[in-house]
Write a protein that binds this ligand. Sequence first.
Ligand code: SF4
Length: 445
Amino acid sequence: MNGTVQNAPKVGFVSLGCPKALVDSERILTQLRVEGYAIVPSYDAADVVVVNTCGFIDAAVEESLDAIGEALEENGRVIVTGCLGKRAELIRDTHPDVLAISGPQDYSSVLAAVHAALPPKRDRFTDLLPVPDDGVGIKLTPKHYAYLKISEGCNHRCTFCIIPSMRGDLVSRPVDEVLVEAEKLVRGGVKELLVISQDTSAYGVDLRYAERTWRGSPRRTRMTELCAALGELGAWVRLHYVYPYPHVDEVIPLMAEGRILPYLDIPLQHASPRILKLMKRPGAVDKVLQRIQAWRAACPDLTLRSTFIVGFPGETEAEFGELLDFIEAAQLDRVGCFAYSPVDGAKANDLPDPVPEAVKQERLERFMTMQARISAARLAAKVGRELDVIVDEVSQGRAIARSSADAPEIDGVVHVHGAGGLRPGQFARVRVRAASEHDLEADLV
Ligand code: SF4
């Protein structure tokens, strides 16, 4: 990692959790580097270690507690931040020796804790050095793609989720601020912007869609306007965590016109109106199906990704059947599915009739078997077609690339043959020769 200076105070950093937490890590690291800290890749070399934690599900809590334990064992001086920081008593009970604990996006507290544990060294030369001049700070993703966080928090109260209690209500970043950051990222070599938040379609509602100026013209702090402006930057733009509000329809024309990627990550969670009501999610399933059909008619290349929960408290076999009928009808491209697991502090824990673990697992398997068939068939339909891809890695004449249908980390990839001349971050045109359940095999055109 950049920024290692021989006499500089040295910070080790462990980043856990979702892309939103990753963006928090990038901000903290950037600020530390600006202040003259060196970021080091090992416990041994560090004077203090910051652990950015996740607290979303029980497994993540455990992973975070383990990571704190490891850092304490290997280094001894540990500062904890991130989502699990909201549960300071739990951390203190397990690891009483941590130096400080702060919650998500509490940049000033974590920086203050680092200053207290390891004062920044004032240096009359380095103090005058400008901020690293790529203008984008430290990024934890490869150079050619970047997460663009447009808001924090969420105004929904889905009963299975504790994110609003950890991260608070929606707070959007004004549109000009987001666009200036996006511009800098693109200038710094980023070719793909991954728009993230807890609820991308609610963007700007807290600011009453405030109008700002960017590139000399007025822009509103609103999802559609933000997407249209991002589409002017010449990079791929991919939307994540789009809650299924009606105005999502507005971005489909931008996708059809090629201004942003025809890709929509829209967590639907279930298809039974009663279960959706128990989850406090929008429940008009017929309308969702109609809208999916309309989106595909307007933008035939649209890739739809979604996530679902099976075995939610009270889910009957018939209601699970409704979900299977829905996924058969919707023919989604990419789907994640989880067996419901209670999250400490979530309202859904109080609901009656929990589904027995074995039934949950059996439903999960049936769901995944059905969806695997659908996803595989949708990929197989691409054989023989030409696609544009972005290259992530090249080795021994083969590239691992992604098409508009593939978000990094969560979706499949395109294995490109005869690609020795390509470089990471480059775009290429390929012809698909074969498909598996998740990935494609292709040749350079
Ligand atoms: S919309 Fe997402 S973040 Fe907000 S409460 Fe629901 S699941 Fe949690």
